[in-house]
Design a protein around this ligand. Structure first.
Ligand SMILES: Nc1nc2c(ncn2[C@@H]2O[C@H](COP(=O)(O)OP(=O)(O)OP(=O)(O)O)[C@@H](O)[C@H]2O)c(=O)[nH]1
Ligand SMILES: [Mg+2]
Ligand SMILES: [Zn+2]
Length: 333
């Protein structure tokens, strides 16, 4: 049998456990291959967005939340494991412990990132095998593997740089685009350049769409999850951020709460879309070129970092929304 390699995204024979990419040889975890062969879903999470918008903080917050949040109470029996020895150590050292000790991650270097392969036993999802053509299987809790790629935002400055990531982009059906409006506002104010927030947003997404098109990937096949990050800096500023200014208390849904939860997300997305189309119309229309669009508001830290670059106790806000939407688009939820 063949499996999709998390490093090069090519198809490998199940006996081939090594993959050389950009002159580095990687070992594909044996447990990963065995799981894929027994039908465990693999969901690649490829976050796109400019440097400093918070991609690494977002991932850190997700990993932090696995240890310190209430996810195991909402989904009884839920846990996670790294599929090779280095993974958990990497997650703890580079992501979780940092936030736990009130520090922020450093800027990522522009190099091909090692995928972080994590298995979530007890993750809510629908069984895909033997699917009834007329009805979905019900949502239950079973294993899901997520493969996270933490790339440097500088990759998205140039179409040439992003081409290296095309295999991952091709394979990822739901792209999570992290964008911080407060940061864009700040940058535009500080530089006094003629650039405006809308040109910045538009050109950022354009790099991705051009790269996809150059590889003949139809944008209609991709779903866009537009995640407005740094929500904490938008709360209360309704004049500027419209519906993104509202702090909504929505906990992680239990399995029976999923339908209502997705209904709430859709209605919130519609509000944000209306705001976008009015304020940043040309960008919004580019987003609508994708096969589907969802807009969410997220805060990895739940607060603005202190001026010395430290943080107090983090309080993640809606960080699972993009992940659950990606699962929904893949029909796993
Ligand atoms: N207010 C607020 N600021 C945040 C939040 N998350 C991240 N930040 C700020 O964003 C900065 C950059 O975050 P990173 O996660 O390192 O950004 P990145 O997108 O990974 O950047 P590159 O690695 O260069 O691509 C952090 O140092 C924080 O100051 C948040 O939830 N709220
Ligand atoms: Mg980073
Ligand atoms: Zn490979």
């Amino acid at each position: 049998m063949k499996y999709t390699c998390p490093f090069c995204m090519g198809l490998h024979d199940e006996r081939m456990m090594r993959c050389t990419i950009n002159n580095v040889t990687n070992n594909v975890p044996k447990a990963f291959v065995e799981d894929v062969i027994r039908g465990v879903p693999v969901i690649p999470i490829f976050t796109i967005g400019s440097s400093s918008h918070g991609k690494t903080c977002y991932l850190s917050s997700i990993f932090w939340n696995l240890y310190h949040g209430n996810i195991h109470k909402v989904w009884p029996g839920f846990t996670f494991d790294g599929l090779n020895r280095g993974t958990l150590e990497n997650i703890r050292k580079n992501y979780v412990d940092l936030l736990q000790s009130n520090k922020l991650p450093a800027k990522n270097p522009v190099k091909f990132p090692e995928p972080i392969i994590v298995r979530f036993p007890g993750m809510p999802n629908r069984y895909h095998g033997l699917r009834n053509v007329f009805f979905y299987n019900p949502i239950t809790q079973r294993d899901v593997i997520f493969v996270f790629y933490d790339v440097s935002g500088d990759v998205f400055l140039q179409e040439e740089d992003i081409l290296r990531y095309l295999p991952i982009l091709n394979r990822t059906n739901s792209l999570i685009f992290l964008i911080s409006l407060p940061l864009l506002d700040l940058q535009v104010n500080e530089t006094h350049e003629k650039n405006s927030v809308v040109t910045e947003m538009h050109s950022l997404l354009q790099v991705v769409t051009l790269a996809l098109e150059s590889n003949r990937v139809q944008m209609k096949r991709k779903k866009l999850i537009l995640s407005f990050i740094w929500a904490d800096e938008m709360w209360g500023h309704e004049n500027k951020y419209g519906p993104l200014a509202e702090k909504i208390t929505r906990g992680l849904p239990t399995i029976s709460e999923m339908p209502d939860y997705f209904r709430d997300l859709t209605s919130q997305s519609k509000d944000i879309e209306r705001y976008l189309s009015e304020k940043y119309g040309i960008f919004y229309n580019l987003c609508k070129q994708f096969g589907a669009l969802s807009c969410v508001s997220v805060s990895a830290l739940g607060q603005k970092p202190n001026s010395d670059g430290t943080i107090n106790n983090i309080t993640p806000y809606h960080i699972m929304d993009p992940i659950l939407l990606a699962m929904k688009y893949e029909k796993y939820l």
